[in-house]
Ligand binder design. Structure first.
Ligand code: ADE
Length: 236
């Protein structure tokens, strides 16, 4: 999978070198490239923002550098982009976007090319999304109901959630199946040795060797935890 990121803070993405995703990049499973939006400005000050039309607080990211950056990525990719449907998936993290979930991550893990556009300040000029929709598919996506300073941290989270679902990235694909949110419930609790530790004991059923009882207990724990911590998941 090819992933491009456009940002004014490329250093945010240095951590993609480490851990599982770093290994996946080394193995050629993920081709991740980070681009500095300021490289697509034409003025001496490398300006990326300006005051909002209509007034109001904060600054808005200018459309020209964004269009240049997106065009350069599409022109530099191996794909033959003949229309928006054959173009990359453009993802703009935004608190005003639709919700990012595990099922969105699953869906995106089948994409061949995703471009993350990380906005800062009060956001990106709205026309950028309309333009991007002529050279690819566009999604504005939110991590949750809170506001970050920019799209970088959100893009990192989405890259990790999607990247680990790309075949081969996680060594044991079975470990992906029994996770929180894969079946609409939170994951069951896990224990390892020792069976007794500082006065806390591992539940007897897990030591019983009885697979059927273990499976039933885990299922019950999933439902109970979900009911307590995330009742919203049960009513959906
Ligand atoms: N940018 C700022 N806040 C965000 C959020 N909650 N999700 C995604 N992108 C964001």
């Amino acid at each position: 999978m090819r992933i491009d990121v456009v940002t004014i803070f490329p250093a945010f993405f240095d951590v993609l070198e480490v851990s599982l995703l770093g290994r996946a990049r080394g193995a050629g499973l993920l081709d991740i490239r980070v681009h500095d939006l300021r490289d697509h400005t034409t003025d001496r000050h490398r300006t990326v923002d300006d005051t909002p039309y209509g007034g109001g607080a904060g600054m808005v990211m200018k459309p020209e550098p964004w269009a240049q950056a997106l065009d350069a990525i599409v022109a530099g990719s191996h794909e033959r982009v003949t229309d928006a449907a054959s173009g990359p998936l453009f993802v703009f993290p935004s608190p005003a976007g639709e919700r990012f979930t595990q099922s969105v991550a699953r869906e995106w893990s089948a994409e061949s090319h995703i471009v993350f556009g990380c906005g800062r300040y009060e956001g990106i000029d709205e026309r950028v999304f309309a333009y991007a929709a002529t050279i690819g598919r566009v999604r504005l996506v939110s991590l949750g109901d809170y506001v970050l300073n920019g799209g970088e941290v959100a893009a990192m989270a989405m890259i990790e959630a999607v990247g680990r679902l790309v075949p081969g990235v996680v060594g044991n694909p079975e470990s992906l199946v029994e996770e929180s949110h894969e079946d609409g419930l939170l994951e069951y609790p896990s224990y390892t040795k020792p069976a007794s530790w500082r006065g806390y004991d591992v539940p007897d059923v897990l030591l019983s060797g009885h697979h059927g009882r273990v499976a039933q207990w885990r299922r019950d724990q999933q439902v109970e935890r979900t009911r307590l911590r995330r009742p919203d998941l049960l009513s959906e």
